[in-house]
Design a protein. Structure first.
Length: 264
C-alpha cells in the first residue's frame, strides 16, 4: 500500500539489499543535526569537515533537546505502524522521513508568522507526518489532498497520533481544527482559499497536465505557495511558476532539492 510515498512499503523493507536501508539511521541522524543547524539551535560544523563528511561525535539526545528549546515543544517520533525502521531514540524510532516532515512543518510555521488561525493545504501528504508536526506548531486548520489509498493511511496515522477527533475523512463533516482529507476531484470543485499551499516531492511526479491543473488552482486560491522538489523529471516546479516572482534556495535537508516560494 505504501509503495511510492513511504519507506514502510514491504518490498522496500528487505534488509541488506538497499543502500537506503543500510544507511537509514545515519542519514536520519544527519538530518536531525541539519535541522538543528537550520533553525539556529546548533552552530554549523567546521567547513573543513564537509570534505570528508561529519567527523564530530553527535549525541542525538542532546541535539533533540536543543531543537526542543528552539521550537517550543518536545519533538517526538510516533510509530503507529509496525516495522518502522530508522534511528532509535527515547522518543520513538525516527525514520528518514520524520525529520523531513518536521522541518517542512517548521518552514510552514515560519511562512505563516503573524497569520491568525492560518489555513494550510498540502498537495500529496505522504503518511501525514507533516500535518502531525504542523499541529505541534499550533497550525490546526490543515487539509491534505491525495488519492484514496494515501488518504486511508493518513487518516489512520493522524487518528492514532492526534486522536480520532482530530481528523475528518473525505465525506465527513469537518471542524476548522481538524486535519481534513480531500480527494483531488473535491479540491478542484471547491473554491476555498488558503493562507499557504505546500507541496513536497510530488508535484513533478504526477504528470504535467495534472500539475498544471494544480498550479492554476494554487494561483487562484493561495496567498503563499511553498514547494520542495527535485529537478530531474520531465518538467520542474519552476516551469509551472514561470515568470512569477519567487524565492529559490537549496533545501537544507536534501541535496538536489530546491525550495521555492511564491507570494501572491
Amino acid at each position: 500500500m505504501f509503495y511510492g510515498f513511504d519507506r514502510l512499503s514491504k518490498s522496500l523493507r528487505v534488509m541488506g539489499e538497499r543502500i537506503e536501508n543500510k544507511y537509514a539511521p545515519k542519514l536520519t541522524l544527519d538530518a536531525i543535526v541539519t535541522i538543528a543547524e537550520a533553525i539556529d539551535a546548533k552552530l554549523l560544523s567546521d567547513p573543513v569537515e564537509y570534505r570528508i563528511g561529519r567527523s564530530d561525535a553527535v549525541d542525538v539526545t542532546t541535539i533533540l533537546s536543543k531543537i526542543d528549546a528552539k521550537i517550543g515543544f518536545k519533538l517526538s517520533f510516533p510509530n503507529p505502524y509496525p516495522s518502522e525502521y530508522g534511528l532509535v531514540t527515547e522518543r520513538g524510532i525516527a525514520s528518514y522521513r520524520a525529520p523531513q516532515a518536521m522541518f517542512q512543518a517548521w518552514r510552514i510555521n515560519q511562512l505563516l508568522a503573524g497569520v491568525d488561525k492560518p489555513r494550510v493545504l498540502e498537495i500529496g501528504g505522504g503518511l501525514g507526518r507533516t500535518a502531525y508536526y504542523a499541529r505541534q506548531f499550533g497550525i490546526l486548520d490543515y487539509t491534505i489532498v491525495d488519492i484514496p489509498i494515501s488518504s486511508l493511511a493518513q487518516g489512520y496515522f493522524i487518528g492514532r497520533t492526534c486522536g480520532e477527533g482530530a481528523v475528518s475523512l473525505y465525506g465527513e463533516s469537518s471542524q476548522p481544527n481538524n486535519v481534513k482529507l480531500m480527494s483531488p476531484k473535491a479540491f478542484f470543485q471547491d473554491q476555498k482559499r488558503y493562507d499557504l499551499i505546500a507541496n513536497f516531492d510530488s508535484l513533478t511526479e504526477i504528470g504535467r497536465t495534472a500539475a498544471e491543473e494544480y498550479w492554476r488552482a494554487i494561483e487562484m486560491r493561495a496567498a503563499c505557495f511553498l514547494s520542495v522538489n527535485h529537478e530531474r523529471n520531465e518538467f520542474t516546479v519552476s516551469d509551472l511558476i514561470g515568470s512569477r516572482q519567487k524565492s529559490r534556495t537549496p533545501y537544507w535537508l536534501r541535496r538536489g532539492y530546491v525550495e521555492e516560494i511564491v507570494v501572491f
